[in-house]
Structures are given as structure tokens and as C-alpha cells.
Design a protein around this ligand. Structure first.
Ligand code: TXA
Ligand code: MG
Length: 353
């Protein structure tokens, strides 16, 4: 398949291109498009065969449901059996934006789109290109992140092209995703709202609108033997090609431990990388040291994390060590993604004091 690649700027939207993208979706084809979180791989959410094509293009298991993207609130009732009060409050505060809500689905949403579940995930993105595109596409666009299954989610069009060129009809290049991590997912179908995937909208932010929310224990806690409620969270994910280990502990211990391991890896002829912060980047002796920014600026760390994982692949790094981050606020999302990228490989160096 020949993939058309087209640049569209948020502040100067090329209407003709958007109309063409919408036509592709309505004809059952696929278009990758920018959102504020990460790029999405879009198809018509109401067309079962489009959803099948999405799974095939991504190489994704078809029991892993897709998020349906809408552009306006009036589109929601068609997709769901009821809109709980909490959902209205959350939508008012966080839509359009990086929040996905799970509802009981209506009969109009094909089982193929929801991976066979009776629930449906819905999000209204804030990116203007995404909104215009969803409207033109008929108002209901199913879209997982636009990476091949298992790879880091793309925050730049060049990574979408790397993964999906020749597999979709069109890729819209809208520049760098401003948030860089996928949306927060909150389930509103049970008695108590529950976070199934942490994101930029934190537990504290949700609680300030609807009161206490729980977090699915299975997503962060290695000791929990239950399967996570969001089917996608059970798969190894975001994995760079080099093995990744997270090192936890006091800054000096982490640095000492990583530098010792780096020496061993180098002696073994391995190409090494470190995910560091501005405060520590100069302290490491690896082939490639990448700072995610200042330790305190979590939003900045979130924005750059997936790009850095991809860059290590571009540089053929074979062994990667990462510093660890506080799990508060957006830190919960950062650590969730990092832990998955590391296949939960975490070490805590012994204190020698
Ligand atoms: O920011 C985002 O959410 C991006 C952009 C493109 O909008 N999309 C995204 O989609 O991250 P994806 O498919 O990569 O991740 C969707 C996650 C998966 O873990 C999936 O299992 C979960 O949402 N999910 C979807 N529908 C669900 C449902 N009905 N119940 C529970 N989890 C669901
Ligand atoms: Mg994904």
C-alpha cells in the first residue's frame, strides 16, 4: 500500500487535506493522526472491518480494545448505554484533553472495536488537527497509539512512519505531541471510579472533581497476581530493543551502581545507554547518556520519555539503565511506562554505608 504523508499545522489547518483524510476513514481505510498525548492509528469505530484492519496494521492481539475518539460531547450518548453523573463532571473539567473514560457500550459499537467487551473507552482529544479530522471522518474514530505492537508510543510523525509506512493510507504529521504519554484511563462502570492507566490527569486531579478514585493495583504492584482491568496493560510494552533496568535508591548509590555495571557491559563489548536527569547526566560513563530533563519537572520528563526510548533503538544501544522517579502525580504515569518498558526489571543497590 502506498502511504500518503502530509503535514498539517494546528494553527493553519489545511481543510482539503482534512477532508481527504475523513474520506479515507469513511471508506473503511486507516489514517494515523496527531493528538496531544501520542499519535493515533485511526479507523471508523462503527465499522468492524476497520477495527480488524487496525489490529492487523499494528500487529496487535484483537482482545485488546480500542479507544473511540469523539470531537464533541453530543457524540457520546450514541456510544454508551448511560452517561453517569461523574462522567459529566469529568468531561466538563477534562475534555477535550488527555482523559479516557470507560462506559457500558451501546449496541452501535461493534464488538470488534471493544475487543469483545461490553464496555467502550471514549476520549475527546484537544489537538485541533485531531478534532477537525474526527469531525470529517464521521465523528467516531477508533484509535490505538500509532506504533507497532510492543514498541514505544510515537510522539513524532517520523516514528509513526518508521512503524506504519505502507500499512495505512495516510499519515498526518502534526509535529511533536505536547504531552507525550497516553491518556489517563478511568473506569466509570463499577460502583467506584477506578484508574486503569495513570496519565497526565492524575488521581489527585480526578479526586478534586468526583471525590476519591481507586487505582487498579495490578498495574503498578508486582506482588498483585490479578490481571489488570485494561487488557492492554498486561502486555509487555514500550520496550526498547536493548534490555532496560531501572535502578532505585539514593542518588549516589544509583550512580555508583550504574557506573559499575556500565564498566562490566563495556568490557563485554556491549553498547550502553543511561536515562538520566539534568542533575546527574554528566556523572555517567555510558556510550549514550540521555537526560529526560530536570528531576522536578515531571511534565517535561513525561514528554520526552518515549522519544528517548526510540532514540536508543536508533543508536543500537544494547543495555540501558534508567534512574527511577517518584510515583506521585504525573510520576505515577512515568513510572508505569518505564516499568513496562523494563519488563518490571528493577534493582535496588545495597547500601554500603
Ligand atoms: O492517549 C491515548 O489514549 C492514545 C491516543 C491515540 O488517544 N491512545 C491509546 O490507545 O493509548 P491504546 O490502544 O494504545 O491504549 C488503549 C488502552 C489499552 O490498554 C486497552 O486495553 C484499554 O485502553 N482499553 C480500551 N478499551 C477498554 C475497555 N473497554 N475496558 C478496559 N480497558 C480498555
Ligand atoms: Mg498503545
Amino acid at each position: 500500500m502506498n502511504t500518503e504523508i502530509i503535514k498539517i499545522e494546528e494553527e493553519n489547518i489545511d481543510r482539503q487535506a482534512i477532508v481527504r483524510a475523513g474520506e479515507i476513514i469513511r471508506a473503511g481505510g486507516l489514517v494515523a493522526f496527531p493528538t496531544e498525548t501520542v499519535y493515533g492509528l485511526g479507523g471508523d469505530a462503527l465499522n468492524a472491518s476497520s477495527s480488524e484492519k487496525i489490529y492487523a496494521a499494528k500487529g496487535r492481539p484483537s482482545d485488546n480494545p480500542l479507544i473511540v475518539h469523539i470531537a464533541k460531547m453530543e457524540a457520546l450518548p450514541f456510544l454508551v448505554r448511560e452517561v453517569p453523573k461523574d462522567a459529566c463532571k469529568l468531561a466538563e473539567r477534562f475534555w477535550p484533553g488527555p482523559l479516557t473514560m470507560i462506559f457500558n457500550k451501546s449496541k452501535y459499537v461493534p464488538a470488534k472495536t471493544t475487543g469483545g467487551l461490553e464496555t467502550v473507552a471514549v476520549r475527546m482529544p484537544s489537538n485541533k488537527v485531531a478534532k477537525a479530522f474526527i469531525e470529517e471522518a464521521g465523528g467516531y474514530v477508533a484509535a490505538p497509539s500509532a506504533n507497532r505492537s510492543g514498541r514505544p508510543s510515537p510522539t513524532l510523525a517520523k516514528y509513526v512512519i518508521e512503524d506504519l509506512d505502507g500499512r495505512v493510507e495516510m499519515i498526518i504529521d502534526g509535529g511533536e505531541a505536547v504531552i507525550g504519554l497516553e491518556s489517563t484511563i478511568v473506569d466509570l462502570t463499577e460502583e467506584k471510579p477506578m484508574i486503569l492507566r495513570p496519565g497526565y490527569v492524575t488521581a489527585e486531579m480526578l479526586a478534586s472533581v468526583i471525590g476519591n478514585v481507586e487505582t487498579d493495583r495490578a498495574i503498578m504492584d508486582e506482588a498483585c497476581d490479578k490481571a489488570p482491568k485494561a487488557p492492554g496493560m498486561k502486555y509487555r510494552h514500550y520496550a526498547p530493543k536493548g534490555g532496560l533496568t531501572i535502578v532505585e535508591g539514593q542518588a549516589w548509590q544509583v550512580e555508583q551502581y550504574i557506573n559499575e555495571r556500565l564498566k562490566e557491559c563495556k568490557a563485554g563489548g556491549k553498547k550502553t545507554g543511561v536515562i538520566a536527569t539534568d542533575e546527574t547526566a554528566l556523572h555517567y560513563q555510558a556510550d549514550s547518556v540521555k537526560s529526560v530533563g530536570k528531576r522536578k519537572e515531571k511534565e517535561q520528563i513525561a514528554k520526552g520519555l518515549f522519544r528517548i526510548l526510540r532514540e536508543f533503538d536508533d543508536e543500537d544501544i544494547q543495555v540501558i539503565f534508567a534512574e527511577s522517579f517518584e510515583r506521585q502525580g504525573v510520576g505515577a504515569a512515568i513510572m508505569n511506562r518505564l516499568l513496562k518498558a523494563a519488563g518490571h526489571q528493577v534493582v535496588t543497590p545495597e547500601s554500603k554505608l
